[in-house]
Write a protein that binds this ligand. Structure first.
Ligand code: T4K
Length: 388
């Protein structure tokens, strides 16, 4: 039995590379408040993400709070979102004095279904907060059409799609704003952190004030702002980690191919959909288990993998409408019953990072192919993983 293998593993820079940054920070004493490393990281992220405006935050949740605040939505108005997301998404809506309204997801991408969004619209609707979940990109054109037709603001929770592109266009340039998370579990991390991106340069000042208590200068406070600032040590880690993202992405792309290979031919197991024209962020590897066809449930697999010290995760089960604050709230759908209710007990995220080795994949393969006795060996179809 090997060491526990978790769904995520924080990408960390070499400590020796961090030292010069720490020395600089200690020498100047500037540890926060839009310091030099903060400014450098923002410019680097704008370049990497291909957006004119990227503003750093201390975490993705505060960035979501601020992105919603930026839209100036009417108090108590409704914001349509997906139930298949992390708790931070609907909570950010509620914390803004707005009401989350849940709509169903598309069975192929598992992201908000524009037709179900349209069904959820009421006279009180002011915005859509869509989530690019697991690395699957939303139907950006379909959602924009719905938003335009009904005069709604469109915000994206882009926590899972760092560096993705759609037909060559950067993911952070869609909608009115996008929000990224740089938590330790994310492809690009600053331990805790996040960002708002916008294709509108003019948003820069407004986001800046909202992030810094609304302070414009020593004499003026122009907004009801919050403290959303990232500190200089995190920015140093961000600058170093940004250099490692491409390599980590390619390791995960290899791993994705290994997992696809491992699961190929298994009845009742659906591997992630490869979206045409989309550069995948390689954030998560999620599979969907049909218990009737496969013969075992998602939960069976979760337990069996755990017995092998492999800690897969059932993201995002329970879904938001199973949480106490939203329990029993409807999921608007064009179907007879919401697809999200069916898929929530079927999704499983496998460990997806540079710590997953061929022997881990072999061990997992044995769990999946238990009945047939067939499973992968590192020597054959996993050769590309070893190269990666
Ligand atoms: N929107 C979406 C769609 C999100 O997924 C998230 C966050 C947000 C918004 C909010 O962004 P932030 O405010 O968090 O920036 C984790 C993360 O804490 C959370 O950031 C993330 N989504 C969510 C999907 O996953 P947990 O409760 O699953 O984390 P935990 O502690 O069980 O960690 C999972 C595995 O990651 C561990 O088993 C090992 C590894 N890990 C974890 C930590 C904390 C590390 O390698 N290092 C670490 O420091 O929520």
């Amino acid at each position: 039995m090997f060491e526990p293998l978790y769904v995520a593993k924080a990408l960390l820079p070499d400590l020796d590379d961090l030292q010069p940054y720490l020395q600089q920070i200690w020498k100047t004493g500037t540890v926060s408040n839009n310091g030099p490393l903060h400014q450098t990281l923002e410019r680097s992220l704008e370049e990497y993400l291909g957006v004119p405006c990227a503003m750093l935050f201390n975490n993705g949740t505060v960035a979501l709070l601020v992105a919603l605040k930026l839209m100036n939505l009417a108090q108590q108005s409704e914001v349509i979102t997906t139930p298949l997301t992390f708790a931070a998404t609907p909570h950010a809506i509620s914390w803004n004095g707005l009401k989350p309204v849940f709509a169903d997801i598309d069975p192929t991408t598992l992201t908000l279904d524009p037709a179900s969004v349209e069904k959820a619209i009421s006279p009180k609707t002011s915005a859509i907060l869509a989530v690019h979940v697991y690395g699957s990109v939303c139907d950006v054109d379909g959602l924009q059409r719905v938003a335009d037709r009904h005069g709604l603001r469109l915000i994206y929770d882009a926590a899972h799609v760092f560096g993705s592109t759609v037909n060559g266009l950067p993911i952070g340039a869609f909608g009115d704003a996008s929000v990224f998370s740089f938590h330790a579990t994310k492809l690009f991390n600053t331990m805790e952190g996040g960002a708002i991106t916008s294709r509108n340069q003019a948003d820069r000042d407004a986001i800046y004030y909202l992030r810094n208590f609304g302070i414009k200068n020593e004499e003026e406070v122009v907004e009801i702002g919050i403290n959303g600032k990232m500190n200089e040590v995190q920015c140093a880690i961000g600058l170093l980690n940004l250099k490692m993202v491409v390599a980590e992405r390619s390791v995960r792309a290899h791993l994705r191919r290994s997992y696809n290979e491992m699961l190929k031919g298994l009845p009742g197991i659906r591997t992630p959909y490869a979206q045409p024209g989309v550069l995948n962020s390689e954030q998560y590897y999620h599979l969907i288990v049909d218990p009737t066809e496969f013969g075992r449930t998602r939960d069976d697999l979760y337990v069996e993998l755990k017995l092998k010290n492999v800690f897969a995760r059932k993201y995002f089960h329970p879904i938001c409408t199973d949480f106490g604050p939203y329990k029993g709230w409807p999921v608007h759908t064009t179907r007879e019953t919401p697809y999200v209710e069916e898929v929530k007990s079927r999704v499983l995220c496998l460990p997806f990072h540079n710590g997953v080795l061929p022997q881990h994949v072999e061990e997992m393969s044995a769990v999946f192919w238990r009945e047939t006795g067939r499973h992968l060996h590192p020597g054959d179809s996993l050769a590309h993983l070893e190269r990666g």
